[in-house]
Design a protein around this ligand. Sequence first.
Ligand code: GDP
Length: 179
Amino acid sequence: MATAYDHLLKLLLIGDAGVGKSSLLLRFCDDTYDEHIQSTIGVDFKVKHATVDSKRVKLTVWDTAGQERFRTLTSSYYRGAHAVLLVYDVTRRDTFENLAEWLKEVSSYSPNAGEGVVKLLVGNKSDLLDGEGVEAVTMDEADAWARANGMLFLKASAKNKEGVVECFNEVVSRILSRP
Ligand code: GDP
């Protein structure tokens, strides 16, 4: 049956407004990209079926629907989440620096201070790094921050697809391999 699955998983996208959360959601779930995406008309979540490590998974991927602008994400957004993708824009250093605040929120709203939640750092808009001098955060720095905070770092581009499927496969694989 097409709808059968072994695991139902809730994944969250968080990070500052404009880093590309909705675009990553659309790229991963629908394989579409919209240059003129309306940040205010966000979707709550999309469903995607996938097979990872030979397991059939049904993923609900949640977007903040623009609420992150007002810092009004509440515990209900985080409730029951198996993984969090912390997204920043590789050309905007402020979006990287704000991740510490986002991580605090994950800890305060998740059971066991977020210990059981799989986390992945995503540097989005990697397509823009083809130009000179726009990299606002070095890959070494992002990698070090991710490691210090118990997560992996991957680059992605919702625009040209680079790394998008890999990001989601990575978090699902980590969720499934937990004891
Ligand atoms: P959100 O507020 O975090 O959900 O971000 P959006 O998905 O609304 O994206 C904000 C802006 O960045 C939009 O104009 C997108 O078209 C653009 N954008 C998103 N992802 C990428 C990407 O990978 N590369 C480039 N160049 N632009 C992107």
